[in-house]
Design a protein around this ligand. Structure first.
Ligand code: FE2
Length: 299
């Protein structure tokens, strides 16, 4: 049922909204605007600088204190890779792998947007992703969710390569009789359904990390009792003006959560700036990143 519904929305270029209603996607109009901006950057000699900025991705280490984290999971490590858009930056998978070479994490999570194109073949981006996970080490394996640029047909190949896909589902890890739950939703920026809200309700059962492609469910997740909300989608603004203003955030809710670490009520959140770029392969005043997170038991 989920795949049928998602496939129908994808082929109709539909965006479904929280609280009801739907509209057509504006992605290709936006892409045309960005291509004009790309032309202007080339004319004024700034394109190469933006390209170099985009390719200089970093590994950022963050400790995340959680009140409900069971003692057995104190020090649990998660590598979060978000928004690689492999078709927009050839070779990105090897640059990510290089940043974490020799490291082993408890878990690796992928929070969506494996490609830039909204339609068409997926074989190339799936091959890049498979090449990346072949170079990563995770004691408890790989988890993934879909982003708004992703196709429902990616679920099967991603599972075949060893990524457990969470489409409004959750998985529980146990250590010494204690539990940590990871819940993942479908993308809610284009493909919102109430199933994503319902999936978050498992947070009532104990310490829960939510994987949602964009920050747009932050209020519902906090209400449900989620402890940590991991997302991406915004690329930290990708092209940010001096002073920190980001003209394009691609968010309908939670626009203030477009980058970095944040809190909403009891919930901690992290909006990953993404490893790749979309539209045009440049960044200004932001850095592409992958995040190495360490969960800590808050006092
Ligand atoms: Fe996205």
């Amino acid at each position: 049922m989920w795949a049928n519904n998602r496939f129908w929305m994808e082929t109709q270029n539909l965006v479904t909204k929280r609280y009801g209603g739907k509209r057509k996607q504006h992605w290709y109009a936006l892409l045309a605007m960005m291509k004009t901006f790309e032309w202007a950057l080339k004319r004024c000699g700034q394109y190469e600088r933006g390209l170099r900025n985009a390719q200089a991705i970093v590994l950022r280490e963050l400790a995340v204190p959680l009140l409900r984290l069971p003692a057995a999971f104190d020090g649990f490590t998660i590598l979060q890779v978000s928004d690689p858009h492999f078709d927009g930056m050839p070779g990105l998978e090897d640059r990510i792998a290089e940043l974490v070479r020799g490291r082993e994490f408890d878990l690796v999570v992928f929070t969506g947007d494996y490609r830039t194109q909204l339609h068409g073949p997926i074989r190339g981006v799936m091959a890049s992703l498979e090449r990346l996970i072949g170079q990563l080490r995770a004691r408890h394996g790989f988890l993934g969710i879909l982003g708004n640029h992703d196709d429902c047909h990616m679920v099967a190949p991603m599972e075949r390569m060893g990524i457990r896909m969470l489409i409004n589902e959750n998985v529980v890890f146990e250590r010494g009789g204690e539990r940590l739950r990871i819940v993942g939703t479908d993308d809610v920026h284009y493909y919102y359904t109430d199933q994503s809200l319902h999936a978050l309700e498992v947070a009532a059962e104990g310490c829960t990390v939510a994987l949602v492609h964009s920050p747009e469910l932050y209020d519902a997740a906090a209400e449900a009792g989620v402890d940590l909300y991991l997302c991406g989608h915004t690329h930290g603004g990708q092209i940010v003006l001096p002073g920190g203003m980001a003209p394009l955030k691609h968010l309908r809710a939670g626009r203030h959560l477009f980058s970095g670490q944040w809190r909403h009520r009891q919930m901690h959140g992290i909006t990953n700036c993404g490893a790749g770029t979309s539209g045009i392969p440049v960044r200004f005043n932001t850095r592409g990143e992958v995040l190495a997170l360490e969960l800590r038991r808050a006092q």
